[in-house]
Design a protein around this ligand. Structure first.
Ligand SMILES: [Zn+2]
Length: 390
């Protein structure tokens, strides 16, 4: 990778992510942030001055978006060691989808606090990266799609308190529905989500181009067909990104960088490679508005991603881009050991285990562009004209 040196970026992390939340029988019961951090540290690519410990969000901060009743349900459950039936029904907590786990309030409240910290880093002139964030489905009083507190909304709200206009770009495989809904009444926040068409993927409703707002509102949904590959995604992305950026003129960009858009993901049905993921991220980084010294005004969160080895590699590459580093393709021995230590019976890229971005699963991505992609782009361009963006 070739990246300009000297970008100022801060990684928000913490020891609490070493424990696996979500119990044992859940797509998120895998090492994620901890493994990515281990890989980054194995590369010696994180200095003490780039690292900030995540803090728990204060109640008043959570209340920017969530109801007091919802917040108190978490605290009661954590104290009680379980979720009551009433809370389960009222808030969708303690269900199969959104299970109870130890430190039930502390863990999501810390992931939420970390996105507020990331926003504060951006306000101070650095890029802020919260890999534990990106919980884009959560609602004010309801958990949804493995998401408890919507740290993404809270991070955007922190930037809004500076009076900044914010462009949110969500490249997670799933529709960023919770974030879109949160800002429907705020014309100073534009939400742009590229995702698996909800006709075949979670959340199975909304997220269509026709659900995007027209004049005076600011959201754009791009539903993608199954198997969308690097070349197809790039064409669609290029058709929307620059027009939205130039039409909306944000003061800052927030990127939700879920890795479930990568081909090998067990819950995702798109066909991108890790390089495809990083290429889109790089464009967002390079085109975001900048501070006086050229550092992008950019908040980045994690998001979905259910293949731990792919996720750790992708976020290591993302951190390299954010912090202006070039990493050698061959993994350091400590990184190989960290990847090998993961119990993952879906790992099929053993022959390429010692490389960072050229695993077998990446080589399989097709490069042909299907006619339906050209039709999608034509519809999007028509919609952008109607929405009065240049
Ligand atoms: Zn997702």
């Amino acid at each position: 990778m070739n990246v300009p040196p000297g970008r100022k970026a801060t990684y928000i992390g913490g020891s609490q992510y070493r424990r696996n939340a979500y119990g044992t029988n859940h797509p998120l019961a895998i090492p994620r942030v901890s493994l990515a951090t281990e890989l980054i540290r194995a590369y010696d690519a994180l200095t003490p001055s780039e690292f900030v410990h995540a803090r728990k969000a204060a109640d008043f901060e959570l209340e920017w978006f969530h109801t007091a009743e919802y917040i108190s349900a978490f605290k009661k459950a954590e104290a009680l060691g379980r979720v009551s039936n009433q809370v389960r029904q009222r808030h969708q907590l303690g269900t199969l989808e959104n299970p109870y786990f130890d430190n039930f309030f502390t863990i999501p409240a810390t992931a939420a606090g970390a996105s507020i910290q990331a926003a504060e880093q951006v306000i101070r002139g650095r890029i802020g990266f919260n890999p534990a964030g990106g919980m884009h489905h959560a609602r004010p009083d309801k958990a949804q799609g493995f998401c408890y507190f919507n740290d993404t909304v809270l991070g955007i709200m922190r930037l809004r308190r500076e009076g900044w206009r914010v462009l949110y770009i969500d490249i997670d495989a799933h529709h960023g529905d919770g974030v879109e809904a949160a800002f429907l009444d705020d014309p100073e926040v534009f939400t742009l989500s590229l995702h698996m068409d909800c006709g075949y993927a979670y959340p199975f409703t909304g997220g269509q181009l026709c659900d995007s707002s027209a004049i005076g509102h600011a959201s754009l949904n791009i539903p993608l067909p199954e198997g969308t590959n690097d070349a197809e995604y790039r064409l669609v992305f290029d058709a929307v990104w620059q027009p939205v950026l130039e039409g909306f003129r944000p003061d800052a960009v927030v990127l939700q960088a879920g890795t479930d858009m990568i081909f090998a993901d067990p819950l995702g049905k798109l066909g991108l490679s890790t390089q495809g993921f990083l290429g889109i991220s790089q464009t967002v980084i390079e085109t975001s508005p900048v501070h006086g010294d050229g550092t992008p005004r950019l908040l980045v969160t994690g998001g979905g991603g259910y293949h731990p080895l792919v996720l750790a590699r992708a976020w290591t590459g993302l951190w390299a881009l954010l912090s202006g580093r070039s990493l050698p393709e061959m993994l350091p021995a400590a990184a190989v050991a960290a990847l090998r230590s993961v119990a993952w019976d879906m790992d099929e890229d053993e022959p390429h285990f010692e490389q960072l971005f050229n695993s077998r699963v990446d080589v399989l991505s097709s490069i042909a562009v299907r006619p339906e992609i050209h039709r999608l782009i034509a519809s999007v361009q028509q919609h952008l004209l109607i929405a009065n963006l240049p």
